[in-house]
Design a protein around this ligand. Structure first.
Ligand SMILES: Nc1nc2c(c(=O)[nH]1)N[C@H]1C(S)=C(S)[C@@H](COP(=O)(O)O)O[C@H]1N2
Ligand SMILES: [Mo]
Length: 519
């Protein structure tokens, strides 16, 4: 471009891109920082992500969990951020010539963010407060964009006289100022997220159980290197939920409301629960999204109050057949009334493996109902139990192609060998876990290279609500590549079917197989 073509000289496209990007980043950073300071308020990016989670078609959710596992959340956030960045850059580039178009585009994106905040189910603050971060995001983004674009246009107007442009300094200054906003907002956002619940949890000392769990029977953990821990440590326990950010629920001020078809509505504080008869039970949780052989199953020692006791206090009325449980982030599950009143160890848990529930696993309290998949039994950050009828409501996943009733399909898993593990010929030892919650595992069999079924050694049973480990020594191992397949039989005499069922609508079936090598 020659100076003869002035005054058509305009700021190069990349300066517009920087302007658009910085403006959006400043808005988002300020919104995020302010959200972190307001307890229970999601950030604008989280609100958009939360809408994406709730509106995503079930097959997409299934795909995301399968492909990315627990990384599905950062990937979703990353996608929202990437899409926003692209639109913001586009707005900046267009804005060099057509500022009004740029402002319109930013305002439109902002309006979407405000709308998402307005209907974000996960907020635990008032609706008005929940709107503050997204509104600030829009105001700051628009303001920053206007200032940056004005400086770019200043440069254009002055370009004929001054090839470098008078606006260059101004643009740089504005860019530095806007970047400072990004940093401050980001730092505040990082520092204050989930702070209240963490502080509350740190101050809690759980009382001992009125009814402690018996010790784990000796030998329940088989002696095979690589088999899962019989009791899953909290840090290794699988996590599955729709929460982009862990609900920030301090125990102080927390209230569990039990209502609906009951004689007396109950409102219980954390202290109330701590003062009641506390039982301790080991129960193995399983997610419906667990593929055959998958990782979404874990066994923990839970401390809590029996739901049967709580419901007896409330007085269940006739005609009820379900409870609807709701979390602080307004996720819901429906469970058969029978499963929270019969002899299985269903409880409102406040402890996990000797500690207050970890934040990610439902602090301050969660539901644990043995024998049902987590989506209908394990509500975390529990705040509300309504005694009701299945005819009158549907839980979160039941409105999304999953069934209302979802007993765990019993299953078995090979932990050792892992895929393509190599063994020395004289020490080929397999092991893993099998579970049939509320019924119990009677037998585990293995098959090598599709040959005869051979009975594995079962470790002692802890209780029918926990998984059970198994091991098998392959005495006559031959060198080469092999395949190991497993199947279990439960105490009702049913053997696992080889038919493969997919995750939706109520859980997988099939046999787990692993390829390995003997050298
Ligand atoms: N509030 C809330 N509770 C929830 C969920 C959720 O998305 N939100 N997911 C459920 C599902 S699908 C499962 S499998 C279990 C998992 O519990 P964990 O993360 O402690 O292993 O929590 C259940 N409780
Ligand atoms: Mo789940």
């Amino acid at each position: 471009m020659t100076t003869n073509e002035a005054p058509r000289t305009e700021a190069p496209w990349w300066t517009g891109a920087i302007a658009g990007f910085l403006a959006a980043a400043a808005g988002v950073a300020v919104g995020t920082g302010v959200a972190a300071l307001l307890q229970g308020v999601p950030s604008p990016i989280e609100s958009v992500g939360n809408r994406a989670i709730d509106y995503a078609p079930p097959f997409l959710k299934e795909f995301a969990v399968k492909q990315f596992g627990t990384a599905d959340k950062p990937i979703l956030i990353g996608s929202v951020v990437a899409a926003l960045a692209m639109l913001a850059i586009l707005a900046g580039v267009l804005g060099r010539r057509r500022p009004r178009l740029a402002i319109g585009l930013v305002a439109l994106i902002g309006a979407i963010a405000v709308l998402c905040a307005a209907i974000d189910r996960t907020t635990t603050a008032s609706r008005a407060l929940t709107l503050v971060p997204s509104i600030l995001t829009v105001v700051v983004s628009l303001g920053a964009l206007l200032i940056l674009l004005a400086n770019l246009r200043g440069r254009e107007a002055a370009a004929a006289a001054h090839p470098l442009g008078l606006g260059r300094r101004g643009f740089l200054k504005a860019a530095v100022g806007v970047s400072a906003l990004v940093v401050v907002g980001g730092v505040v956002g990082k520092a204050f997220g989930s702070a209240a619940a963490a502080a509350s949890r740190a101050g809690i000392r759980l009382p001992g159980a009125t009814t402690p769990a018996p010790a784990v029977p000796p030998g329940a953990q088989v002696d095979v290197l690589g088999v899962s821990d019989f009791v899953t440590p909290n840090r290794d326990f699988y996590r599955v939920d729709t929460a982009l950010r862990i609900p920030d629920v301090p125990a102080e001020g927390w209230n569990l409301r039990i209502h609906g078809m009951v004689d007396r509505e109950l409102n219980l504080s954390y202290r109330d629960l701590m003062g009641m008869s506390l039982e301790e039970h080991r129960v193995t949780l399983t997610c419906v999204s667990n593929e055959v052989g998958g990782p979404y199953v874990g066994n923990a020692l839970w401390l809590g109050v029996r739901t049967a006791t709580l419901l007896e206090m409330a007085g269940v009325q006739s005609g009820a057949d379900a409870i609807k449980s709701t979390s602080a982030d307004r996720w819901t599950a429906g469970s058969p009334l029978e499963t929270v009143t019969d002899d299985r160890n269903a409880m409102v848990a406040i402890g996990m493996n000797g500690e207050p529930l970890p934040l990610a696993h439902g602090f301050p309290a969660r539901l644990v109902i043995p024998g049902l998949y987590g989506f209908v039994s394990a509500t975390k950050w529990l705040t509300d139990i309504e005694v009701t009828r299945f005819a009158d409501f549907k839980g979160y996943w039941t409105t999304r192609d999953y069934t209302a009733l979802a007993p765990i399909k019993f299953s078995s898993r090979i932990d050792v060998p892992s895929s393509f593990q190599a063994f020395p010929q004289d020490r080929v030892r397999f092991g893993g876990v099998a579970w049939a919650q509320t019924v119990g595992i009677a037998k585990v069999e293995v098959s090598l290279d599709k040959g005869d079924w051979r009975e594995a050694t079962l470790a002692p049973e802890d209780n029918v609500e926990t998984w059970r480990q198994w091991s098998y020594d392959w005495q006559d191992a031959t060198p080469g590549n092999h395949q190991l397949t497993i199947r279990a039989t439960d105490k009702d005499g049913t053997t696992q079917t080889s038919d493969r069922a997919r995750i939706r609508p109520n859980g997988t079936t099939g046999w787990h197989s692993v390829q390995f090598r003997v050298e």
